[in-house]
Design a protein around this ligand. Structure first.
Ligand SMILES: [Zn+2]
Length: 424
């Protein structure tokens, strides 16, 4: 198929994009496409009519295995992360986390996300389950859906590595079974020393199995929670050839300027990536504090320093967050607001948070983007710029994966019924 009359980031004018055998071919100025003469029978064409065509969105952080479990036993009345963790443990104890439930809910969540333009998902999966049921369900799902979405799995020890019975063994088993990355929750370990020990163990596993690292790091309203500096130190010392991501990093919002001045250069030297979940942490953090803090990592500070920051949905209707629909444009809008990033220079590159930056976190950047020779994955947005995408929450009118159309959608329209009132 071909996509014609596309607006592409970084290029003036409109472009025709040729796709052959699931791979992007020549990208030529609109109207000059080679297919006019050599391939009169090229049957499928999508006319973008000047709209923006970008690579599919990347959700850098979500828990697909938790999706749809909100209210399964009871609802989270306090709204805190601590009550959510407790409810999750109760769900497991009551035997409600079955293979079929996890698989079906995660599949629904993945479909929802894809319908919003997502093509790549990094999902955390709880490994503090004695039989690793959720992991088995997600490994099966990763395989079953690979034609229309790529899922990466992070082995995630929700109830800690060191305190949970066999927590270390379960985490290693999950990586050995095929998780793409290894995670942790150092701020929830019993002591600071245990938190550091858990990170050392996580880096050991990453080295042994050659997998990426993606740790829930300092997701707590506590300026004394400083595991991010430990991650940076370990990444610099070990020099593993894998991407190292700190997810959430909420405590950074509370750090003193003097400490940040020391920390940020260390993060840069260690090439730490960030996965930030603005809506989730706006909901969870600082609930009883006056004045209420934003409770989200300092996105602008990190971005302006040159660190790679990607956004994620985190939850779709689970004990941690009762809403969410995998719509990364909504996440992006929230992230830009909470980060004070509606300035022109940030709006012009806004989609990076849910596209190229996410691709870097996932380590897929060599195969990601609209360039000749790369796999033909792209979406057509009902807008022409990043700023418009944010302003209008642009609909995804077409999604293409490996050169095949996943779905199309008609632009929204409505009819006026009153004299003198015209559509905008
Ligand atoms: Zn998370």
């Amino acid at each position: 198929m071909d996509i014609i009359n596309a607006t592409l980031k970084g290029r003036e004018g409109h472009w025709d994009i040729r796709i052959d055998d699931g791979v992007f071919g020549a990208i030529v100025p609109a109207g000059q496409r080679a297919s006019d003469t050599s391939d009169a029978d090229r049957s499928e064409r999508f006319d973008a009519a000047g709209r923006l065509v970008v690579a599919p969105f990347v959700d850098a952080h979500i828990h697909l295995d938790y999706a749809g479990t909100e209210g399964l036993t009871r609802r989270n009345d306090s709204g805190t992360l601590f009550e959510a963790t407790q409810i999750r443990a109760e769900q497991k104890e009551r035997g409600l986390i079955t293979f079929d439930r996890v698989y079906d809910n995660a599949l629904s969540a993945a479909r929802l996300a894809v319908s919003k333009g997502t093509g790549f998902i990094r999902s955390q999966v709880d490994t503090t389950e004695d039989d690793l049921t959720s992991l088995k369900a997600l490994l099966q799902l990763r395989e079953d859906v690979k034609d229309w979405v790529q899922i990466q799995i992070v082995a995630f020890p929700q109830n800690t590595v060191l305190s949970y019975p066999n927590g270390r063994e379960l985490l290693e088993q999950a990586v050995a079974m095929g998780a793409d990355a290894v995670g942790g929750v150092p701020h929830l370990e019993a002591t600071r020393e245990d938190g550091v020990a858990s990170l050392e163990y996580i880096f050991d596993l990453a080295e042994k199995y050659g997998v990426a690292i993606d740790v829930h790091c300092d997701e707590i309203d506590d300026k004394q929670s400083g595991f991010i500096e430990v991650m940076a130190a370990l990444a610099s010392q070990r020099r593993l050839d894998v991407s190292v991501t700190a997810s959430h990093a909420v405590a950074m919002a509370y750090y003193a300027e003097g400490y940040m001045a020391k920390l940020v250069p260390n993060l840069l030297a260690a090439d730490i990536h960030f996965a930030i979940c603005p809506t989730e942490n706006l909901h969870l953090q600082g609930r009883d504090m006056v004045p209420a803090p934003r409770g989200v990592a300092p996105i602008k500070r990190l971005t302006d320093a040159g660190l790679n920051v990607a956004f994620g949905q985190d939850s779709i209707a689970d004990p941690f967050y009762p809403v969410g629909e995998g719509n990364l444009l909504r996440i992006l809008e929230a992230g830009l607001h909470v980060g004070h990033m509606l300035s022109g220079r940030h709006l012009d590159q806004a989609l990076d948070f849910i596209t190229t930056h996410g691709a870097k976190n996932l380590g897929i950047e060599d195969h990601y983007g609209i360039e000749e020779g790369k796999p033909a994955h792209c979406i057509v947005l009902d807008c022409t710029t990043d700023q418009e995408a944010v302003q209008h929450q642009a609909a995804v009118l077409c999604s293409v994966r490996h050169g095949r159309t996943v779905f199309t959608r008609r632009p929204e329209s409505y009819e006026t019924r009153m004299d003198g009132f015209a559509a905008p």
